[in-house]
Design a protein around this ligand. Structure first.
Ligand SMILES: Cc1ncc(COP(=O)(O)O)c(C=O)c1O
Length: 442
C-alpha cells in the first residue's frame, strides 16, 4: 500500500465523522503540535492560487474526422458499422478480450453481462454498496437479488472476507466495482469465485485504463463492463462496452443487448433481450476518444498518486489506498477524516478546503445503495418486488448492514481529479489539506 496510516475497522466505524471523543482521539494518535496558519475561510491567504483547473473540452479533430467519415455512410446502424468495428478494435487494444460488444450505457453493459451469465429469479449477486445504481439495475431486472458486501477502509473496494461470509447456496456471481478507478484485488476475488463456483463480473465503469498488477482491468473476471458516460475517462456522452474472454458466456452477450437477435444465425428469439444498441454516431465519438486514453489514465494516476504522497502522514487524514503494483486512474480521489481527530465536522472541513481553493465535496456518489428508498421499500417494480412475494428471496434491505461502507460514506471527502489539473494545483491542494487539518487538529 502506498499509504501507511490505514485505520482499523473499529476506529472508522466507531465515530463516523462527527465531533471527537477523547478515547477516539487517543486511538488515532496524538496530533503533532503545528503552527495554525490563518484559514482562507477566516480571511487568510488561500493555499491554492487561482481557480481549480476545469476539465478542458475533450473532443476535437479526431472526433470531427470520425463523424465526417460517418456522414458518408449509408447506414448509422451498429451492425457491421465501420465506427462500431473501429471502436471494438480500439477497446480490444485497451482490454484484450475475444468478445467485445458496444451498448448504450455502462448499466446496459452490466445487465448484458448478468443476463449472459444466466442469472435469474432469486439468484444472488454480491457487490459493492457504494457505487452507481447502474451496477445493480441489471441484477434487479433479471429478478435476481443484489447482496451488498462491506468495503476495505482505505481502498473502498470489496472486502474479500465479507464477500465470502455473504455467499449462500443462491449466490451466482460477484460484481467487483473498481471504485473511483482503483483496481479490486482481482486475483483474490477470482480465486474465491472459482473455488465457490461463481462468475466474476468486473464493473470497470470508473476505471478505464486502470491496471491490476500490470494487467488491464477487465481481463481477470469473466466479464468486463465499461461506461462511456460523460463523466468517464473517455466518453461519447452516453454509451457502454461489455466484453468477455470466456467461451461459455462471450457468444451470448450480443443477443441480450440486441432484442434477442444473434445476427449470425437465425433470429429465433431464444432469449429476452432489451434494445441496448449503440448507434454509429456514438461509436464514432468513442472510437476517436480511445487513442487519448493512455495519456489521460497515466496523467490521472500520476496526479492522484502525487496527492496521496503529499498528504500521507498528516494526522487524522487517511489518503486513498492503492497497491503499489496497481495503476489507479482516479475517477476521483477520496480521502477519509479520522473520526475524533478534528475540532470540526466533515462539512466544516470541506467548507474550509473549498475556501482554500480546493475542489472538494462531501457527496460520494450514491450509497450505501441499500439505504435508498427503493431498497428500503422493496418497491422495485411498481412498488412491489415479485420475487419476494413469491418466496424466491427473503432479502430484507432494512436489515442489511455494511458498517465500513457506512463509515466511508460518513467520513469520505471527495476530491475531483482530472487530466486538466496541474501538479501545481495538486501541490496546492495537498497544502490546503495539511493547513486545514492542522488548524482543526484536536
Ligand atoms: C461504478 C459504476 N457502475 C456503473 C455505472 C453505470 O454506467 P452508465 O451511467 O453508463 O449507465 C456507473 C456510472 O457512473 C458507475 O460509476
Amino acid at each position: 500500500m502506498r499509504s501507511t496510516n490505514s485505520l482499523s475497522r473499529r476506529q472508522f466505524v466507531a465515530g463516523t465523522g462527527l465531533l471527537l471523543s477523547g478515547a477516539m482521539a487517543q486511538a488515532a494518535g496524538p496530533a503533532k503540535p503545528a503552527p495554525r496558519s490563518a484559514l482562507a475561510l477566516h480571511g487568510g491567504e488561500k493555499a491554492v492560487k487561482g481557480p481549480a483547473p476545469s476539465l478542458p473540452i475533450r473532443w476535437g479533430e479526431p472526433e470531427r474526422e470520425r463523424l465526417e467519415a460517418m456522414l458518408g455512410q449509408k447506414s448509422l446502424f451498429f451492425w457491421k458499422g465501420p465506427q462500431t468495428s473501429l471502436l471494438v478494435e480500439r477497446v480490444r487494444q485497451v482490454c484484450p478480450l475475444k468478445y467485445v460488444h458496444t451498448c448504450s450505457s455502462g448499466t446496459a453493459a452490466l445487465h448484458m453481462a448478468v443476463a449472459a451469465a444466466g442469472i435469474g429469479p432469486g439468484d444472488e449477486v454480491i457487490t459493492s454498496p457504494i457505487t452507481d445504481m447502474g451496477t445493480v439495475i441489471g441484477i434487479l431486472f433479471q429478478q435476481a437479488v443484489p447482496v451488498f458486501a462491506d468495503l476495505g477502509p482505505g481502498n473502498y473496494n470489496l472486502d474479500l472476507a465479507d464477500v465470502e461470509r455473504r455467499i449462500t447456496p443462491k449466490t451466482k456471481a460477484i460484481i467487483a466495482v473498481h471504485l473511483l478507478g482503483n483496481p479490486c484485488d482481482l486475483d483474490a476475488l477470482k480465486a474465491l469465485a472459482d473455488r465457490r463456483g461463481l462468475v466474476l463480473i468486473e464493473d470497470c465503469a470508473q476505471a478505464w485504463g486502470a491496471r491490476y498488477r500490470g494487467r488491464p482491468i477487465g481481463t481477470v473476471g469473466q466479464f468486463a463492463c465499461f461506461s462511456l458516460q460523460d463523466s468517464k475517462h473517455v466518453t461519447c456522452g452516453d454509451g457502454g462496452v461489455v466484453g468477455s474472454g470466456d467461451e461459455r458466456f462471450g457468444p451470448l452477450l450480443q443477443r441480450f443487448g440486441d432484442k434477442g437477435f444473434d445476427r449470425i444465425g437465425r433470429s429465433d428469439f431464444g432469449v429476452l433481450g432489451a434494445n441496448y444498441r449503440m448507434s454509429e454516431p456514438q461509436a464514432a465519438v468513442a472510437a476517436a476518444q480511445l487513442p487519448r486514453l493512455e495519456t489521460i489514465a497515466a496523467r490521472r494516476a500520476r496526479l492522484g498518486n502525487l496527492l496521496t504522497e503529499k498528504i500521507t502522514g498528516i494526522p487524522g487524514i487517511q489518503p486513498h489506498q492503492v497497491r503499489a503494483q496497481d495503476r489507479c486512474v482516479y475517477w476521483h480521489h477520496m480521502l477519509r477524516l479520522r473520526p475524533g481527530a478534528f475540532r470540526c465536522d466533515r462539512a466544516g472541513f470541506v467548507k474550509a478546503l473549498i475556501a482554500e481553493g480546493v475542489a472538494a465535496s462531501t457527496s460520494i456518489m450514491q450509497g450505501p445503495l441499500y439505504k435508498k428508498a427503493v431498497f428500503q421499500n422493496h418497491g422495485f417494480f411498481a412498488g412491489r418486488w415479485p420475487i419476494r412475494e413469491l418466496g424466491l428471496t427473503d432479502m430484507d434491505y432494512t436489515k442489511q448492514s455494511c458498517p465500513e461502507a457506512e463509515a466511508i460514506y460518513q467520513t469520505g471527502v471527495h476530491l475531483p481529479l482530472h487530466q486538466g489539473m496541474t501538479e501545481e494545483y495538486i501541490l496546492g491542494a495537498a497544502k490546503a489539506i495539511e493547513k486545514v487539518a492542522r488548524h482543526y487538529a484536536v
